[in-house]
Design a protein around this ligand. Structure first.
Ligand code: PAF
Length: 303
């Protein structure tokens, strides 16, 4: 596994491995997994997908300062480079790109990418500027790595919708591959931030995935429920945990992320539907979601 920390080295190595792969097998697709490190099984699933589909795989580990707000957890964001590199090597990743903040931002950036509308609801409302930081760094990474395919987890479903929009609007020559959420056996969605949770907070955080499973059952049994009714039931389930402080519970179309017409049954939505939540436990903010898609005339949960 090649480890590089500078942009010129990364470009050289990607070019070299791409040419080598082309010579050896005629296949030269570069698969890219951008991350902020502190890797877990969710990231591993992205890396496995990239390995399966691409001749050359690149992983980036970069805690991107410009996507954190002034009161967010940039300084205490968990890091473990040694463990991350071991995991990447065990999965057969070809190149790991570990740039410093100075390498990525030698001077404060005067150019940012702002995607309109899809950035406004959900996490965009509670983390102003966050998605501009994400799209800006992802655009930079795409220019640096030049991948054919880039892999993103659906736990950040809004991030996936925004990046797909950016790629379409700005004609990036890369296929975005959304990958399913990976969960612990008890349902908790994997996140690098789960390490912040105390034992009690972690127990109470199970209300997030439980409420989403229940929402799936409600929609199956009562497709006439409106978004307001489902949201209020979800709030009730999560609210049973005394430590839970709900940031948002929302039900929107996907990937446009628009509100469903007021009073209309969720089961009659004309597009895919995303139920998304963000809940704080102490200083830790967790997100989770479930995507529903129409199959055989019925709205079904996408596994
Ligand atoms: O999802 C993440 O880990 C980050 O938002 C990303 C895409 C690596 C950009 O910093």
């Amino acid at each position: 596994m090649i480890i590089v920390r500078t942009i010129p080295e990364l470009r050289t190595e990607v070019r070299r491995l791409r040419q080598e792969a082309e010579r050896q097998s005629g296949r030269a697709e570069v698969g890219f997994v951008p991350t902020m490190g502190y890797l877990h099984e969710g990231h591993a699933s992205l890396m496995r997908q990239a390995k399966e589909h691409c001749a050359v795989t690149v992983l980036s580990i970069f805690v991107n300062p410009i996507q954190f707000g002034p009161n967010e957890d940039l300084a205490r964001y968990p890091r473990d480079e040694e463990r991350d590199l071991k995991l990447a090597a065990s999965l057969g990743i070809d190149i790991v790109f570990l740039p410093s903040p100075e390498e990525m931002y030698p001077q404060p950036t005067k150019t940012t990418i702002h995607v309109r509308e899809v950035t406004e609801p959900l996490c965009g409302a509670s983390r102003p500027g966050h998605f501009d930081g994400v799209t800006t760094v992802v655009a930079k990474l795409f220019h640096i790595v030049k991948p054919d395919r880039a892999y993103f987890g659906m736990k950040d479903a809004q991030q996936v919708a925004i990046i797909q929009q950016m790629v379409a609007d700005l004609n990036f020559d890369v296929a975005i591959v959304p990958c399913p959420i990976v969960r612990e056996a008890d349902g908790l969605a994997l996140s690098s931030r789960n390490v912040y949770l105390s034992g009690e907070e972690r127990k109470q955080a199970l209300g997030l995935s439980r409420s989403l499973r229940m929402a799936e059952e409600w929609l199956e049994q009562e497709p006439g429920l409106t978004a307001e009714e489902v949201k209020s039931r979800i709030r009730q389930v999560i609210g049973e945990a005394p430590l839970a402080d709900i940031d948002y519970v929302d039900i929107l179309t996907f990937p446009a992320l628009q509100a469903l017409p007021s009073g209309e049954p969720v089961g009659q939505a004309g597009s895919d539907v995303l139920i998304a939540l963000a809940v704080r436990f102490g200083r830790t903010r967790l997100i989770d979601n479930r995507l529903f898609s129409r199959q055989g005339g019925r709205l079904c949960s996408v596994k």
